[in-house]
Design a protein around this ligand. Structure first.
Ligand SMILES: Nc1ncnc2c1ncn2[C@@H]1O[C@H](COP(=O)(O)OP(=O)(O)OP(=O)(O)O)[C@@H](O)[C@H]1O
Ligand SMILES: [Mg+2]
Length: 355
């Protein structure tokens, strides 16, 4: 399954573009502020139903208009699937996904792997970035885990409301019970996904890694479950009650999981340069391609924003080579002119959009 056409109207700086992709990979080139990220944002919004930059989709409406509309045409074997989104300033967004006249379910849409600027801080930045990457990958591989996650988040939000309302011990205990039940189920899934798939995939030796990039073959990733080792979730919640009441939210549990990356027993965040971190993070996304393809029949689309930044010639070439070998469609942006010469051997694998 792949994207054949993209249509954008009155979204961010665009008045109207209609792009015939013909199922090919897309390379979007342009200077700063020309709308490269906005094109990826629009495609991501159509498939995953979320904006990457804002919660308020009103901000995406072009300043000179009343509403935006977006469209994607996806070809799956002989079937054409369309996703259409429309948003007026004072109305909720509507998103319709259809094949012929029948509505298509979420699991029949391609999986989006969006690699954006903030992901490049995944190793050195806030835990939320690592947690998001881990949980989303888990949802795409163990589909039922997303429901366990939602159940847990519901219980979590109820406990947090109770903490803020400063309810009695007795009432808080009721919410603790719900949190412990759903939390243990989720934590078990996270632990077994980490052990069974995540760690193995990330630590797998790269096929095409040069000897100079030996650090890529020395990764060790460690799982932190979100509360102190060797105690139960129940005990962790009891022990943190006073602190949580003061904070007004729950400070322990599987929603606080984290990953630590080591290279040769040294913490990767202090050991690796920025370019090396970017390389490692992009290749980490790629390492899950095979398993995602096996677990999802509807295909994978990689949206890679600003691919050239931070990478030297050799590493950019390595990333591009590995990207073009993925079983997936690629939509990549780059600043025109910059380092493009390194992309030349790969350019014929892309349809180009010059903004
Ligand atoms: N609602 C809007 N209406 C009109 N213009 C907008 C709107 N939202 C954002 N913009 C403009 O769109 C541009 C941002 O585009 P975008 O971030 O996609 O650029 P880019 O090509 O990714 O740039 P860079 O190379 O710096 O990453 C900015 O110039 C911004 O002012
Ligand atoms: Mg951008």
């Amino acid at each position: 399954m792949s994207i054949a056409r993209v249509f954008i109207k009155n979204f961010r700086l665009f008045r109207e573009i209609d792009l015939d992709l013909n199922k090919e990979n897309l390379l979007i080139l342009g200077p700063n502020g020309s709308g490269k990220t906005s094109v990826l944002e629009a495609i991501n919004l159509l498939i995953s139903r979320k904006s990457i930059k804002t919660r308020d989709l009103k901000e995406c409406i072009n300043d000179d208009s009343e509403g935006f509309s977006l469209g994607l045409e996806i070809i799956n074997k002989q079937e054409v699937l369309t996703i259409k989104a429309a948003k007026q300033a004072n109305k909720r967004i509507t998103i319709k996904t259809e094949a012929g006249n029948t509505t298509v379910k979420k699991e029949n849409l391609p999986i989006v792997q969006f690699i954006q600027a903030k992901d490049l801080r995944m190793i050195e930045g806030e835990a939320e970035l690592r947690r998001d990457f881990f949980n989303k990958t888990m949802f795409h591989v163990e589909h039922s885990s997303e429901i366990d996650y939602k159940n847990y988040k519901k219980a979590l939000s109820q406990r947090n409301i109770s903490l803020k309302r400063k309810v009695s011990e007795g009432e808080l205990r009721v919410w603790n019970e719900a949190l412990i039940d759903t939390g243990n189920i989720l934590a078990e899934k996270q632990k077994s996904f980490f052990k069974g798939i995540f760690k193995k995939s990330l630590e797998e030796k790269g096929k095409k890694v040069e000897t100079e990039d030996i650090f890529l073959n020395q990764i060790n990733v460690v799982f932190k479950k979100g509360w102190p080792d060797h105690i139960s979730l129940k005990r962790a919640l009891v022990e943190s009650t006073e602190k949580d009441r003061a904070l007004g939210y729950t400070s322990v549990g599987p929603h606080r999981l984290d990953l630590k990356y080591f290279i040769n027993n040294k913490l990767a965040k202090s050991f690796l340069s920025r370019g090396q971190q970017k390389l490692l993070i992009i290749l980490n996304f790629f390492k899950f391609n095979d398993i995602l393809v096996t677990k999802n029949k509807s295909g994978i689309v990689y949206l890679i924003d600003d691919i050239t930044s931070e990478l030297d010639q050799q590493n950019l070439a390595m990333v591009l080579e590995q990207a073009t070998e993925l079983k997936a469609q690629l939509l990549i942006t780059a600043i025109r002119g910059k380092s493009l010469s390194n992309m030349t051997p790969f350019l014929d694998k892309f349809r180009q959009l010059n903004l």
